[in-house]
Design a protein around this ligand. Structure first.
Ligand code: GLN
Length: 560
């Protein structure tokens, strides 16, 4: 089932959710990569949706899209950013996906005569899928994170599958990490270990003994607490890893390394590897802490009440800001508020740059169009991501044709100016799940444009998630008025990047560049958008901005 000597690290969470399990997992991946060990990370999500693609961002946060077009959990974004690897659909499995494939096989007759049960059929499917990720990537270590908290009914089949894998492969190839919270009692100024003890007891009751316990806390963890957890939970003293809350998520690998987790893991799994080299990562964290001057960016969206809904956008902006020695000051602006307010311009004042991210549905779209108008008229740098690109085009068309009627047929089926329209291949699509235009497609970048200045390449590959596109009937008239189609599918059929000609930086992409930015390698569009925003802030950027960041040689460049 598994690769010949693949090692596995299984990570569960205890006490409460949101203790930073995803970041811990991503950080363990970074510690291994820093030792030259190849890594793949898999998220096991206990919910019954087949994937998060149909969930509201308010339920689930951002939907992260992989190169191969899977709509996945936002933790995959953290994984990719921390281990600097592209993951695939094999890296996210849900209860829904597992059951639907087992039930599909049952209907086909694969199990004729048998009774299909959680153990062994569902657990086998889970093990097979983890093994598949191992085989496909050939990684030396596969890290699998179980979503939810130990004690949740729906986690059980996953934990049982992991228990079986441990039994089959032995302790030299499987390591269990449990991430818990140490609550702080203000009155006695104490961190409490009891919830951790209970959570470990719960794990043991299903046959899993953790090898490592990472204890998240808002205060330093004294030695006696560490000793106590080691004793009561029966783990090596070295394997109780205090994880105090950091000012930046990118510090977590460094915290874990200092606490000895990297060495413990490679010893315990008997991995032959190089000494750890986290210098580039340290440089990044150092930079994120020393930058002082701010660049103020507004994200105009519908889900601003939950910042997780735009997590990759926020991270991409941070990466770009650090590359330009700036501190990101982010303002979330409710698109529906912009729509409602009479004096809506006030909400946008003081911004050095405006981002309109992806989105679906009519609600808030007029507010986003107002934001695009403000950016165009005031020369404020603007970056449109997917819907944000469509909004840029709608706004430009309203201005160019002198009518408020220009729209997307997503928002007004009967508009006389359907500047954005359904992709032809979407016309007969009825199912909502996994049916958008998804994943990587090539884009030809046209010379002499902002996009071309940013990328410095003629063909780029970017990730998509949309049903609508720019309507080619409007290309010529809008081009004549100064809208530049700077990126298209290589056959010229689909507009992939549009930009406003007479503007410092007003660029929108039909794809989602935010899924490809990495902390040490900001995405070119974000990098140049932030560069333009810094200029907007009235500061002269040093021409060599960011060249001392550990990036690919061609990366830093100012907007043309
Ligand atoms: N709603 C738009 C479409 O489907 C934009 C999608 C998005 O922003 N991801 O084309």
């Amino acid at each position: 089932m598994q690769g010949a000597d693949t090692r596995y690290i299984f990570v569960s969470g205890g006490v409460v959710s949101s203790v930073g399990k995803g970041i811990t997992v991503a950080s363990i991946g970074r510690l291994l990569k820093a030792r030259g060990v190849s890594v793949c990370i898999v998220k096991l999500d206990p919910y019954i949706n087949v994937d998060p693609g149909t969930m509201s961002p308010y339920q689930h946060g951002e939907v992260f899209v992989t190169e191969d077009g899977a709509e996945t959990d936002l933790d995959l974004g953290h994984y990719e950013r921390f281990i600097d690897e592209n993951l695939t659909r094999a890296s996210n499995l849900t209860t829904g996906a597992v059951y639907s494939s087992v039930i599909g096989r049952e209907r086909r007759g694969d199990f004729l005569g048998g009774t299909i049960q959680v153990v062994p059929h569902i657990t086998n499917e889970i093990k097979d899928r983890i093994g598949r990720a191992a085989r496909q990537t050939g990684a030396q270590v596969v890290i699998a994170e179980v979503g939810g908290t130990v004690g949740d009914i729906e986690c059980l089949p996953f934990l049982e599958a992991l228990r079986q894998m441990h039994r089959e492969l032995g302790s030299e190839r499987v390591l269990f990490v449990h991430v818990t919270l140490l609550p702080h009692v203000g009155a006695t100024r104490e961190l409490k270990t009891k919830p951790t003890q209970h959570s470990v007891k719960e794990l043991r009751s299903i046959g899993i003994q953790p090898d490592v316990i990472c204890t998240r806390s808002d205060y330093p963890v004294p030695d006696d607490i560490r000793d106590k957890i080691a004793l009561f939970c029966d783990v090596d003293r070295r394997a109780v890893i205090p994880l105090e809350t950091s000012d930046t998520i990118y510090d977590v690998p460094l915290v874990l390394e200092r606490q000895g987790l990297g060495d413990f893991v490679v010893e315990r799994l008997r991995l032959e590897c190089q000494p750890s080299d986290l210098r580039a990562w340290e440089g990044l964290v150092e930079r994120s802490r020393t930058v002082k001057e701010e660049v103020v960016i507004g994200i105009v969206g519908k889900y601003v009440g939950l910042e997780d809904a735009y997590i990759s956008v926020r991270e991409s902006l941070s990466h770009a800001a650090w590359a330009h020695h700036r501190k990101l000051s982010l303002r979330f602006i409710d698109a529906q508020e912009l729509e409602r307010l009479d004096e809506w311009e006030h909400a946008l004042e003081g911004l050095h740059g405006i981002v309109v991210p992806g989105g679906f549905g009519y609600r808030g779209v007029e507010g986003k169009i107002r934001a695009a108008r403000f950016a165009r008229e005031h020369g404020i740098p603007y970056l449109g991501l997917c819907l944000g690109m469509q909004v840029l085009c709608i706004e430009f068309a309203r201005f160019a044709f002198g009518t408020e009627d220009a729209n997307s047929t997503e928002f007004d089926l009967f508009t006389k100016y359907p500047v954005i329209d359904l992709l032809p291949e979407q016309r007969d699509v009825e199912d909502k799940g996994a049916t958008m235009r998804l994943g990587v497609y090539p884009c030809a970048v046209h010379p002499g444009t902002r996009a071309s200045a940013a990328y410095g390449a003629t063909i780029v590959f970017e990730r998509h998630r949309h049903r609508y596109e720019f309507n080619n009937d409007f290309r010529e008239p809008l081009q004549a008025r100064g809208l530049v189609f700077s990126g298209t599918s290589p056959d010229g059929r689909l507009v992939e990047v549009a930009e406003v000609r007479d503007h410092p930086f007003m660029v929108g992409s039909q794809f989602h560049p935010e899924f490809k930015s990495r902390p040490n390698r900001p995405h070119p569009l974000f990098r140049d958008f932030v560069a333009a925003s810094v200029v907007q802030a009235g500061e002269q950027l040093p021409l060599e901005a960011a060249t001392d960041v550990d990036v690919e040689p061609s990366a830093p460049r100012l907007a043309a």
